[in-house]
Design a protein around this ligand. Sequence first.
Ligand SMILES: C[S@@+](CC[C@H](N)C(=O)[O-])C[C@H]1O[C@@H](n2cnc3c(N)ncnc32)[C@H](O)[C@@H]1O
Length: 218
Amino acid sequence: MMSPPLRYFQLLGLVEFYQPKTIVEVGTWNGQHGIDMCRSSLNTHSEDVHYTGYDLYQDGTDALDDIEFNAKSRVTLEDVSESFDELQAEFPSRFTYELIKGDTNKTLTATNADFVFLDGGHSPKTVWNDYEKTIDSKVIVFDDYFKEDKEGKIADIDHQGTNVVVDSLKEKAKWILPSLDRVAGGGTTSLAVIVNEGKSPPNKDILLVPIFIEVKNT
Ligand SMILES: C[S@@+](CC[C@H](N)C(=O)[O-])C[C@H]1O[C@@H](n2cnc3c(N)ncnc32)[C@H](O)[C@@H]1O
């Protein structure tokens, strides 16, 4: 059985711990992890939750996928909206959301949220843009901090936007969470966490591996 990447369990662990009321996700893709983050937040406190998601959606192109190291399929804003509408129907008085289509180098304006997940474009230019626009947020989680694997392989330097930005932040409280997640083509990928306000991440030193139990009829 294929298990999902471990860092998504870590991401939800962070949301559960920080209990954000405002969540920004840069790079929503199909919205599933965004919905999981919002649901986790809605279930861990009783206040309102507002989510803002950014993606190219149907404006994506093969050329941009190459530049931004995007291997995910193309999704439409309308389809992702439908999924968020279902969550809104579950929590009509407490959950609101907005989805913004286009290149975040143009669409993302300065924003300050309780919890930011940066997982859009992976070129250094775009990660710098996305970080600088969300810089004062309480907790900022970057996906795809790359490390070499045992064979010394690692993602191409042009796609190491998270490494470039996170490594340059000398004065910040920051952690690279332990990870076993592999990158197609070589290397491993981890979440990097910056905390501007709040306690250090609870999962900064531990890697919890979920156990899936398959029940078979005999
Ligand atoms: C790795 S996927 C996001 C996965 C999602 N966060 C999740 O956890 O399932 C990256 C997404 O970023 C989007 N993207 C790539 N470059 C972008 C850019 N410059 N501006 C906006 N979105 C971008 C892609 O369209 C893709 O859907």
